[in-house]
Design a binder for this molecule. Structure first.
Ligand SMILES: [Zn+2]
Length: 217
């Protein structure tokens, strides 16, 4: 084949290195994605945003629980996991060039995959959500109820009806809120520690080591 023909047959360079992505132009061509990619290049900025958001959701969940707004708190549990795991993925697991793709939210961008990769490649399964306290209420596996609640599916509706029908004391027997809040608080505490380390100039490999350690405690 002549050099001219080779050039004519050459495939265009992909706009994104992530397998399965159908982007025709680089994700950073979108000014919003570009701005977030630039901003989150600073790990402490990304973590500040995650920390503020986790704290807002936590406080809002506490208020909902106190006022028996079961639908409201259940449907936001997944957001807590998404914020924390996607940040760990961006910082420590995402392969080179994949960050703009994750930030773009274009498919494929499955939370299940990100959650599994972070647990296997970074946390050595020390971060897997293992709350047993909700299983008795028919939530299924942790990932099943994270998905179901995030989409407000009918199983979630059924559980909300079940909790609404139970008296306040019974709800606290069915759902161990202390365990749920301990889980959220641990995410907040670890996010704050990572942010502090980055903000004071610690190297990424040191922060990585620390977060693995914190998940093993
Ligand atoms: Zn992509």
């Amino acid at each position: 084949m002549t050099a001219k023909k080779k050039l004519a047959n050459a495939k265009p360079a992909p706009a994104c290195p992530v397998k399965g992505c159908k982007a025709k132009t680089p994700h950073t061509a979108d000014p919003v994605v570009k701005s977030l990619v630039d901003q989150f290049n600073r790990a402490d900025k990304l973590l500040y945003w995650v920390l503020s958001s986790l704290t807002e959701i936590r406080n809002s969940i506490i208020d909902d629980v106190e006022h028996r707004r079961h639908f409201a708190w259940i449907t936001r549990l997944r957001q807590v996991e998404e914020l924390y795991y996607r940040a760990l993925y961006l910082l420590f697991v995402a392969p080179g060039g994949a960050v703009p793709h994750v930030i773009s939210c274009d498919p494929p961008n499955s939370f299940t995959q990100i959650y599994d990769e972070v647990n296997q490649k970074l946390l050595q399964n020390g971060g897997a959500f293992t709350s047993q306290s909700l299983h008795g209420a028919g939530f299924g596996t942790p990932m099943e109820w994270l998905h179901g609640s995030g989409h407000a599916d009918y199983k979630t509706m059924r559980i909300v009806s079940f909790l609404q029908a139970a008296g306040s004391d019974r709800v606290r027997n069915i759902v161990q809120f202390e365990e749920v809040f301990r889980h959220i608080d641990a995410h907040i505490r670890r996010t704050g520690q990572m942010r502090e380390m980055f903000a004071t100039g610690r190297k990424k490999k040191d922060v990585r080591k620390k977060i693995i350690q914190l998940h093993q405690q």
